[in-house]
Design a protein around this ligand. Structure first.
Ligand code: COA
Length: 257
């Protein structure tokens, strides 16, 4: 529902604030669709100089809504999650993220496609795709090994290990770790507002140049991951893991060969 994504405007800064705290800001199809629509409109609106994506001071997002994954898994490139991630990936304008508390699954993956990321020191970032019977998504299987090396990427993507805001900064995933959620949101807003003072087409051209190397390879990986992720969502392993989350129990993978 659209009230779960609050759109705010302050001068040339457009903020998308996730607002579904009772479910830890888990992302539904309606939320993805709204965010995709707002990002696409922002990118063609000359009065928008930058976009900020934030959650609350306590929680960024617990990732894709697990009930949605079970009941209505994404079916292809037109599904809401793909539309949102494609809009983010194709953004010409700068995107800043403010992350306090949990950033699970796509909540961490999407940060890899933002331009500036501010985190709270005790933020908990995690990509538990394999633990859920799934696989990495939206370029993370290419970007993270390149950024961190195969060994560290394997801990994060295969074992689904969580990491803190401070670690995210040390690894180059985030720009700075702030003392708490309020300081994080304030810092991200301050930095995003800086784009107001800069020449917009110089920012756009520079972002394009920075994103250009390896772009086609990344597109191909995203397409392949998307195909496999969709298949895996329907696999008995994923159904077991996602059902276990909803039933508040540990998944049992012992029956799978
Ligand atoms: N999808 C749907 N519902 C979710 C959710 C998600 N991704 N994450 C949390 N919720 C719901 C819980 O089911 C619970 O609902 P209820 O109050 O109706 O029972 C509510 O949000 C609060 O979550 P809870 O787990 O009790 O809060 P917590 O503070 O103990 O833990 C998290 C917070 C974020 C650490 C934990 O919810 C979590 O790990 N979620 C991640 C789920 C996941 O694997 N996401 C990745 C999908 S690819």
């Amino acid at each position: 529902m659209s009230e779960h994504v609050v759109v705010e405007r302050e001068e040339g800064l457009l903020t998308l604030r996730l607002n579904r705290l009772d479910k830890k800001n888990a992302l539904t199809r309606a939320m993805y669709s709204r965010m995709a629509e707002v990002l696409e409109a922002a990118d063609t609106d000359p009065s928008v100089r930058a976009v900020l994506i934030s959650g609350s001071t306590e929680c960024f997002t617990s990732g894709n809504d697990v009930a949605d994954f079970l009941q209505a898994p994404p079916t292809g490139l037109d599904s809401p999650v793909f539309c949102f991630m494609r809009a983010l990936f194709e953004m010409k304008k700068p995107v800043v993220a403010a992350v306090a508390g949990a950033a699970v699954g796509i909540g961490t993956t999407l940060l890899l496609h933002c331009d500036l990321v501010y985190v709270s020191r005790d933020a908990t970032l995690k990509m538990p795709f394999v633990s859920l019977g799934l696989c990495p998504e939206f370029g993370s299987s290419l970007i993270l090994p390149q950024m961190l090396g195969q060994a560290k990427a394997a801990e994060l993507l295969l074992l689904g290990e969580s990491f803190s805001g401070e670690q995210a900064v040390a690894w180059g995933i985030a720009n700075a770790a702030l003392e708490d959620g309020a300081a994080t949101l304030a810092k991200a807003r301050e930095m995003a507002l800086r784009f107001q003072q800069l020449a917009p087409s110089a920012v756009e051209v520079s972002k394009r140049l920075m994103k250009a190397p390896g772009r086609e390879a990344l597109r191909q990986v995203i397409a392949e991951e998307g195909e496999l992720f969709g298949q895996r969502l329907r696999s008995p392993e994923a159904v077991e893991a996602l059902s276990a989350f909803m039933q508040r129990r540990k998944p049992d993978f012992s029956k799978f060969a």
